[in-house]
Ligand binder design. Sequence first.
Ligand code: SF4
Length: 339
Amino acid sequence: MPSVAQTEKFFPLADWGQLLAQSLRSSDELLAALELQPSDFAEGLSLAKQFPLLVPRPFVQRMAKGDPQDPLLLQVLPLAAEDQLHPGYSADPLGEQDTNVATGIIHKYHGRVLLLAASGCAINCRYCFRRHFPYSDNRLGRSQWQSALDYIAADSSISEVILSGGDPLMLQDAHLADLVEQLAQIPHVQRLRVHSRLPVVIAERLTDQLIELLTRTRLRSSLVLHVNHPQELSPLHAQRLAMMRQAGITLLNQTVLLKGVNDSAEVLIELSEKLFNHHLLPYYLHVLDRVQGAQHFDVSSAEAYTLYQQMLARLPGYLVPKLVREEAGQPHKTPLHAF
Ligand code: SF4
């Protein structure tokens, strides 16, 4: 098989930590970079201080200048609509605090647990269902890992550990390698899944060391990225993801259906095709979790189902993600079949 370097243009990797440190942290800074004014947003900007704007420069570079409706910009810009309270929208829409069974562990479903390996993210997505999650009570420093590992070791029904957060790839590779090694020492754990948006917003996070640590473990590894719009993917993603696929890592994607961002059949179809060209299979299309501050992104279940039907009619089955809603207390995600 030809190597990636032989088949695709090779891009050298910048230091992802430096790119992360250079992220934009205010609406003023972001609007200036995009040649926009606050007055371009009729509904106004949010002045709330909690869950502030955070966006890395490589993601900003994928936004169109001068377009207040840019689908990437709308995912990160705090609008005044976030400050309104709506019935049915809560701080903990998935009831995660009830399943937060040990520090750093969320145990919702049979056979698998979420390990909250890092409390921060590289980007603050305005629709995030964990935007109010008490990360400060779940900070897992190296010294606290043991309680999470003990929980997993004590339950032999757990065959898969999902590294989540925050964003687990905020950990340095050496730190992550240690954690993976300790998980691999638990005999009943067979699979490791990493859920991350960091490599979407900074493709340089897909380092050689990350590929190595996910392939040298005895655990079967998969990486689930979170891409919402085709504009988020770049040639560097294609190159790095090709290397991961060649190394034997299963690559999947989950998308959140967001009003004004990706709520059209054309965008969703283009996204599925582009994901495949970037070595990712569409896994889930989630309807919005009803978290306080995100109501303006909501697409109704009926509209979501219509979009899903259009995808079914125009894409091969393997490029149609499962359309699901997550509901507190349910033993699995709920497929949205008919309304
Ligand atoms: S990267 Fe994921 S966990 Fe972090 S804010 Fe965005 S959606 Fe939430």
